[in-house]
Design a protein around this ligand. Structure first.
Ligand SMILES: C[S@@+](CC[C@H](N)C(=O)[O-])C[C@H]1O[C@@H](n2cnc3c(N)ncnc32)[C@H](O)[C@@H]1O
Length: 233
């Protein structure tokens, strides 16, 4: 009897697993289909060669070699900001990494530039592969980012890491953020908006409550690690 119950359970669990696999296969297939037009814009031979070279690498940010996965994540970001259905916008992306967000934004008719360091060879290769404009720049506390000669409709920063001190022992506090936000506000076109997805770290130390309060005081909507500063005018 016990064996029969166990047997049934096993049967049920196998059935469930099969069912889940079918569901996820469908989801994956759906996502792949959505990515198809974007993947078609990428030199796949070169991408596969890059992926092979980084397959067993333990370097920081090697995860970004999984371009399909990160395109999926960034497509969701593009949708979240309404960039899949808006007039052409100028975007500044802080800490742009491999450039997935700007690459996708470009496919929807937008133009943009990223700021990032060039310390990570894979990110450099991806920016080149995706033909994204990137200015090599280390964002530092109380130092203005470079003059980019124009204003922006969107300033973004996803999974931010620039807001950490050099040894990453702590995150920026309200003073560092106030300096950057004042600077960024001056770089916005009328109607311009700012969006950050703060990478708060495992212990949340890169997003202390004082910084959250500052964002709220400055009129941001804060949902978890997502910070949205609406247009001022
Ligand atoms: C977690 S990755 C996120 C990359 C990209 N935003 C994304 O979501 O795919 C963090 C990025 O911030 C960049 N970064 C870290 N410190 C920085 C700094 N001080 N100035 C500019 N970029 C920085 C890193 O090089 C890296 O590309």
């Amino acid at each position: 009897m016990v064996a029969a119950i166990v047997g049934d359970r096993r049967h049920l669990s196998r059935f469930k697993v099969a069912q889940l696999a079918r569901t996820f296969a469908h989801v994956n297939w759906f996502h792949s289909l959505r990515l198809k037009p974007f993947l078609a814009k990428i030199d796949m031979e070169r991408l596969r060669e890059i992926q092979q070279r980084y397959a067993s690498s333990s370097a920081r940010y090697t995860k970004y070699a999984d371009v399909e996965r990160w395109l999926k994540i960034n497509l969701a970001r593009v949708h979240e900001l309404g960039l899949d259905r808006s007039s052409p916008k100028e975007i500044l992306d802080l800490g742009c990494g491999g450039g997935f967000f700007l690459f996708l934004a470009k496919q929807f008719g937008h133009s943009g530039v990223g700021l990032d360091v060039d310390d990570f060879p894979l990110s450099n290769e991806l920016v080149d592969l995706l033909q994204v404009k990137r200015i090599v720049w280390r964002i530092k506390p109380f130092e203005p980012p470079p003059d980019l000669g124009r204003k922006f409709d969107w300033i973004t920063g996803f999974s931010t890491a620039f807001n950490r001190n050099e040894d990453e022992s702590r995150g920026w506090g309200p003073d560092e953020w106030t300096y950057l936000l004042n600077d960024l506000q001056r770089r916005l076109e009328p109607g311009g908006k700012i969006f950050f997805e703060i990478n708060s770290g495992k212990t949340k130390k890169y997003f202390p409550p004082k910084v959250r309060d500052l964002f709220l005081q400055r009129g941001a909507t804060v949902k978890g690690e997502d910070i949205f500063f609406p247009a001022k005018n």
